[in-house]
Design a protein around this ligand. Structure first.
Ligand SMILES: [Fe+2]
Ligand SMILES: [Fe+2]
Length: 252
């Protein structure tokens, strides 16, 4: 079995020091790795990421993250990525990583993803160049996700995005903004790539549990949704969810 701690949308600002570290003590007894589903900061500034990097340096288990739309706001994502890499965090953007967990191999394919909407209410690769650029970018993200998952030859395969691959986990959000919260193309990639489970954030007003059309469990781990420092997902040898529970209610 493997135990995955996951959270997204922690939205660190300059005053967030300790926001996560106070819950990291002993995390290695509960989880084998920590996944962060993007929106690590408020506006993607060096100051904010510096506070987070200091906190993540304390994490007793490997940390793997993707960036969210907020982390791109200042247009210095490469610099922010380097800051996290320096403290041992793996930052994925269209890339995959494999790690050994108690003799089992775990592969995580991660990227931000993008919007576009869901079947019956989605944008299409047609018309103005701006619209084509939008949907083509989402398609390129989905293609990278699919190919990355297929390339993984690991016991477990995990998809990690910021944007949602399915509508299920958006329940509670305004329907009008669904196209800005995710895309069905990501779910198709997850199904075709053979992921065991998919994590995302971004939908602060959504719900935790969903599923792709192909039956892959999807979990929205945005902190405002899970209301804990982390949720812990235990996968059995077949990659199915054996147990899921919350860890450390966030008190401030
Ligand atoms: Fe967010
Ligand atoms: Fe977001």
């Amino acid at each position: 079995m493997i135990r995955i701690a996951a959270v997204g949308d922690i939205h660190y600002d300059r005053r967030s020091s300790g926001k996560l570290t106070k819950y990291m003590d002993g995390l290695e007894q509960t989880a084998d790795l920590l996944l962060l589903a993007g929106d690590l900061t408020q506006v993607g500034s060096v100051e904010e990421m510096s506070v987070l990097a200091d906190d993540l340096a304390e994490c007793p288990v490997p940390v793997i993250t993707v960036f969210g739309n907020h982390d791109y706001h200042s247009n210095i994502q490469e610099k922010l990525s380097e800051m996290l890499t320096r403290v041992g965090v793996t930052v994925l953007e269209g890339t995959a990583v494999s790690l050994d967990v108690q003799g089992q191999s775990v592969g995580v394919m991660g990227l931000k993803g993008f919007g576009g909407g869901f079947i019956g209410a989605c944008g299409s690769d047609f018309g103005e160049q701006e619209m084509k650029n939008f949907i083509r970018f989402t398609k390129s993200q989905a293609d990278a996700l699919r190919n990355g998952l297929i390339s993984l030859n690991t016991d477990y395969k995990i998809a990690l995005t910021h944007y949602s691959p399915c509508e299920d986990t958006l329940l509670g959000e305004k329907k009008e903004i669904y196209p800005f919260l995710g895309s069905y193309l990501l779910a198709e990639a997850i199904d075709e790539g053979g992921a065991d489970i998919a994590f995302h954030g971004h939908a602060h007003h959504g719900v935790e549990k969903g599923c792709t059309p192909g039956g892959v469990p999807v979990r929205n781990v945005a902190m405002p949704v899970i209301r804990h420092a982390f949720n812990i997902y235990t996968l059995n040898k077949e990659g199915a969810i054996h147990q899921e529970r919350s860890f450390a209610a966030v008190t401030s």
